[in-house]
Design a protein around this ligand. Structure first.
Ligand code: ADP
Ligand code: TRP
Length: 326
């Protein structure tokens, strides 16, 4: 495939926690698959995390956690531009430029800002301006598509609005108007059957030890039918998780065993543990290798940042010329 004809897919990862199985199937794996069809840029949105993370050691640690996680999940830095947002100063310059084109009311209608107000918090201006910084991340890279979860759609709409508005004032081609790519990945249930989410405390973290992993699998909430009873696989948390990880044949086999009776939820949980362990054990090893070598992580992110800055500098040169900053 001609690399130059490829569209650019870019996404940002907020460093606030080590990813869980929901993040893996819902965001990481679909993003990594884009490498086959797109020029890809993935970055760690460390300045976005500053709106909420106030402990410097924690922030530093989360950045390494996230970098090691994506590398462990298969990100190849030779094929993807992988960098820290804070290493690309042009992002912050563009963010200022964008702020001069947005009505304050539009930012005040932002979902996160409104949520914070609704909770009675007094949100900082960083939370208000969060979508502007995100728009700058995207526009500085001339990204064509942005894979995001459904909760980020409003931010993408603002980004498109801003790019269109600026093109209208300064001419087409000043900024690339990006498209969201909302992944059709399945919603991964947590151990309590609700959507897996770090805020619900129901996650299966990706890189926990095998003993803890087994314990979590065994603690998945199920019905309390007796062992002999025939059981419906569809819709049960154990089976839904199993289906994500196992082959279609293995999933079919489990469905049949459950339907036949004489096979309990405990058996299903053990099988789930086995397939998860087979998937996660090699990833866990790679994660600890990277996580214990921050020097190597810094080196990879620095190389990525050099490539990102080249792209960003070109965009800024174009934008500055058009807006009259010279
Ligand atoms: P959390 O809900 O744990 O805070 P985030 O909001 O940080 O997770 O989500 C990061 C990415 O992972 C988003 O793209 C989101 O859509 C995806 N994701 C999170 N939880 C799930 C889930 N349970 N199933 C599928 N995708 C998920
Ligand atoms: N706001 C995104 C989130 O909370 C993270 C993010 C920052 C991002 N900049 C971005 C995502 C640019 C896509 C593109 O998950």
């Amino acid at each position: 495939m001609n690399v130059f004809a490829m569209r650019t897919a870019l996404t940002g990862i907020k460093p606030t926690h080590v990813p869980h199985l929901g993040n893996y199937f819902g965001a990481i794996r679909p993003a990594l698959r884009l490498v086959e069809s797109h020029r890809t840029a993935f970055f760690i949105a460390d300045y976005h995390a500053l709106t909420t993370v106030r402990d410097p050691n924690a922030l530093r640690g989360y950045v390494y956690d996230v970098a090691a996680s994506w590398l462990a999940c298969g990100l190849d830095p030779a094929r993807t531009i992988f960098y820290r947002q804070s290493d690309v100063p042009q992002v912050f310059e563009l963010s200022w430029i964008l702020s001069c084109f947005v009505a304050t009311g539009q930012l005040e209608r932002g979902v996160s800002y409104k949520d914070a107000l609704a909770k009675g918090e007094s949100p900082n201006a960083g939370i208000l301006c969060y979508p502007l910084l995100m728009a700058a991340d995207i526009l500085v890279f001339d990204a064509d598509v942005v894979p995001v979860g459904a909760d980020q759609k409003q931010h993408l709409e603002l980004t498109r609005d801003l790019a269109t508005r600026i093109n209208h004032v300064y001419g087409e081609g000043t900024l690339v108007v990006p498209e969201p790519l909302v992944t059709e990945a399945p919603l991964v249930p947590g151990i309590d059957g609700q959507k897996m989410s770090k805020s619900k405390g129901n996650t299966i973290p990706l890189f926990i030890g095998s003993k803890q992993l087994r314990k979590l699998c065994l603690s998945i909430v199920t019905n309390s039918e007796p062992l002999e009873a025939p059981k419906v696989a569809q819709g049960s948390t154990v089976y839904e998780l199993f289906k994500l990880v196992a082959s279609p044949e293995e999933a079919k086999a489990m469905e049949e065993k459950l339907a036949r009776g004489g096979y309990g939820w405990g058996h299903a949980k053990e099988e789930l543990y086995e397939v998860l362990e087979a998937l996660l054990a090699p990833m866990r090893d790679r994660f600890s290798q990277f996580r214990n070598d921050p020097g190597e992580l810094d080196r990879i992110l620095k190389q990525g940042a050099e490539r990102a800055r080249e792209v960003a500098a070109q965009t800024l040169e174009r934008v500055r010329a058009r807006i009259g900053i010279r």
